[in-house]
Design a protein around this ligand. Structure first.
Ligand code: HEC
Ligand code: HEC
Ligand code: HEC
Ligand code: HEC
Ligand code: HEC
Ligand code: HEC
Ligand code: HEC
Ligand code: HEC
Length: 411
């Protein structure tokens, strides 16, 4: 064989190897990555059966960061401490998964979550201390004073059990005490098998619960400049960027998570959604939180990644004026209600008179909306769903109070 033909053969062979390599690179990652023996052992058998029954479950898992890092089906599904064991086709699995099945690998995040109002206080808002251990109550109270040590919400009694389990609990179970001694769930934001940060960063994920007339955060966001920009440019954002190295080059338009949780440009991300809040905005009359100054500084530091501090201060000044104005209106209404009770004009349990609802709607819908709209860039919510409704209901409440006093005088 001549040197020339050997040379041609070598060149052709090399070309083939390179093109095979390039084609391989272009294939989806799951096809390329060969599972380890342990992965086949722990996930392969589960996947074999479940692929046929719930293809979506296995598919989501295969695309997840967990599969890439060799976390197996059994790593999550094995019984965590305190969980009931179930024999399952040759494996022992847990009968119900909780935050307890995530904390073994994400303990730090679980602890941050526990300190937030997403944990015990969210549950206690409906059910009081019921179901929580004294230790859990004490722990939460050190971070969220008054959040857990309180009676069940008065609305749960007249609405009844079905309304509470079918309605309130669906959103507030984010902080439900579990049988295994842990609190809450991580999958409300991450989902069970995709376990994605991209999903958690979408406004619609928070909007599962943060919507409606009493906390219109999703609607406010959608009409804000931030929401409009997000709708236009979300395809250009790097929604799955690693939280530890997230920059404004990845997320140059903020979502709920950016302001309340993310660590833009190295400022550190948190699972304590309360950490950056300076006011108790859900309260009828809003007051400062115990860590008002630090909390406000933390949030302003987030805004400062994209805005000048002068423009951020302007937003806060206006919003705090709105808080003061709403407080003043609600205080007038509260005084009217208190006097009706004091003079014996109004008696009986809560939510039995029309005026109870006018008062409740005033602070719970219009009052909150005016404040939330002012802080999060929703002018329509601050005004037409907020301030205008407050004015109308002030007149209505006064009218109802006068009527009640007239009837009472006749008796
Ligand atoms: C031999 C087939 C087979 C294997 C292997 C298998 N499963 Fe299942 N799995 C099923 C079937 C069928 C069901 C439906 C309920 C039942 O029969 O238990 C099910 C149900 C489940 C459920 C729902 C249980 C419930 O109470 O709703 C989970 C979770 C589950 N499997 C996880 C796993 C995990 C994790 C593995 C691997 C450690 C695994 N399965 C291995 C066949 C299998
Ligand atoms: C990151 C943790 C995690 C991994 C990994 C994981 N699962 Fe799950 N899986 C969950 C959670 C959480 C639930 C909800 C269970 C509950 O509510 O009790 C669940 C539920 C399920 C269900 C019931 C689904 C339904 O809607 O009824 C099946 C079946 C299941 N998993 C199978 C698997 C299989 C098969 C694998 C591997 C291919 C796997 N899981 C990997 C966390 C995980
Ligand atoms: C056996 C350990 C283990 C368990 C159990 C586990 N994880 Fe993970 N998780 C990991 C590892 C490892 C990574 C990859 C981290 C990295 O990229 O450095 C990860 C990454 C993640 C991510 C980031 C995904 C992304 O898009 O970047 C989320 C979200 C997550 N886990 C949520 C959960 C949830 C929710 C549960 C419980 C249902 C859970 N994990 C259970 C080990 C675990
Ligand atoms: C499953 C329902 C649910 C989801 C999903 C959810 N939340 Fe919440 N969130 C709640 C409930 C319930 C409360 C009220 C807790 C309480 O009682 O104070 C709350 C409270 C909050 C608070 C106020 C905390 C405080 O200290 O007053 C913030 C901020 C917040 N959530 C942000 C978010 C963000 C950001 C997301 C999405 C990444 C999100 N939430 C997703 C249910 C949810
Ligand atoms: C659609 C989901 C959803 C439903 C249903 C729901 N809530 Fe909430 N609730 C929330 C969210 C989200 C917040 C946080 C709002 C905020 O911080 O602005 C909240 C806040 C609260 C708060 C104020 C915070 C606190 O801890 O004191 C109370 C009280 C409350 N809810 C009680 C109830 C009661 C009682 C019901 C049922 C009669 C109910 N909720 C139904 C999502 C819901
Ligand atoms: C209110 C919604 C919400 C809940 C509940 C929640 N997360 Fe997250 N999680 C997020 C968001 C948003 C991010 C991304 C933060 C960012 O933008 O950088 C994240 C990021 C993560 C990451 C990636 C961190 C890394 O270093 O790569 C892990 C792991 C994680 N969460 C686990 C958990 C676990 C475990 C729980 C339950 C104890 C939990 N999450 C509960 C919203 C949530
Ligand atoms: C541009 C930043 C930004 C975005 C985006 C944003 N928020 Fe907020 N949010 C704020 C600020 C600022 C406050 C008031 C903080 C304070 O009390 O000092 C606030 C208040 C809240 C509160 C009220 C807590 C209370 O005391 O009642 C909740 C709940 C909340 N946001 C949830 C959300 C949700 C859900 C989304 C997305 C649909 C969202 N936020 C989008 C900045 C933002
Ligand atoms: C990740 C970047 C980012 C963060 C963080 C951020 N914003 Fe923005 N903001 C934007 C962008 C982009 C716009 C649209 C600017 C334009 O019109 O070109 C905007 C617009 C605004 C506007 C409307 C400006 C106008 O004149 O119409 C206000 C007000 C505002 N932001 C306030 C805030 C506040 C307050 C915070 C913190 C609580 C915040 N933003 C956090 C990116 C951000």
């Amino acid at each position: 064989m001549s040197f020339r033909s050997v040379f041609v053969a070598v060149v052709i062979a090399f070309g083939l190897i390179v093109s095979a390599f390039l084609i391989n690179l272009a294939r989806p990652r799951v096809e390329v990555a060969q599972p380890t023996a342990a992965l086949v052992e722990a996930s392969g058998k589960c996947a074999q059966c479940h692929e046929r029954q719930q293809y979506s479950v296995v598919h989501e898992y295969e695309m997840s960061a967990h599969a890439r890092k060799g976390v197996t089906c059994l790593d999550c599904h094995q019984p965590a401490p305190g969980q009931k064991k179930v024999d399952h086709h040759g494996f022992v699995i847990s009968d119900h998964l909780t935050a307890g099945n995530c904390r073994s690998c994400h303990e730090g995040i679980y602890q941050e979550f526990l300190e937030s109002r997403h944990a015990a206080p969210a549950w206690a808002a409906i059910n009081g201390e019921q179901g929580l251990s004294p230790q859990q109550v004490a722990f939460s109270e050190t971070y969220q004073p008054g959040g857990t040590k309180r009676p069940p919400n008065p609305l749960t009694l007249p609405e009844g059990h079905v309304a509470v389990t079918g309605g309130c609990d669906h959103c507030h179970a984010i902080g439900k005490p579990n049988d295994d001694g842990t609190i809450g769930t991580c999958t409300d934001c991450h989902s069970r098998h995709a376990d994605s940060v991209a999903l958690a960063r979408l406004p619609s994920t928070c909007g599962q619960c943060h919507m409606g007339p009493d906390h219109s955060q999703l609607e406010i966001y959608t009409e804000s400049k931030h929401g409009v920009m997000f709708a236009a440019f979300h395809n250009q954002l790097n929604l799955s960027a690693d939280p530890r190295t997230l920059t404004t080059r990845d997320m140059w338009v903020p979502t709920c998570a950016t302001c309340h949780m993310s660590g833009l440009n190295g400022i550190g991300f948190t699972h304590n959604v309360s950490e950056r809040l300076s006011w108790y905005l859900t309260a009828p009359v809003s007051t400062h939180r115990p860590d008002y100054a630090q909390a406000q500084a933390r949030m302003k530091q987030v805004c400062a990644q994209c805005h000048t501090s002068a423009s951020v201060d302007r937003v806060y000044q206006q919003a705090e004026q709105q808080v003061a104005a709403t407080n003043a209106r609600i205080l007038v209404a509260t005084t009217i209600m208190d006097n009706l009770h004091k003079d014996g004009v109004l008696s009986g349990p809560p939510f039995t008179h029309a005026i109870d609802f006018t008062y409740f709607n005033m602070w719970h819908y219009a009052g909150r909306t005016s404040k939330h709209g002012a802080f999060m860039g929703g002018a329509d919510f601050a005004q037409w769903h907020g301030n205008y409704a407050l004015l109308e209901q002030t007149v209505e409440l006064q009218h109802q109070a006068n009527e009640l006093r007239r009837e009472h005088a006749h008796k």
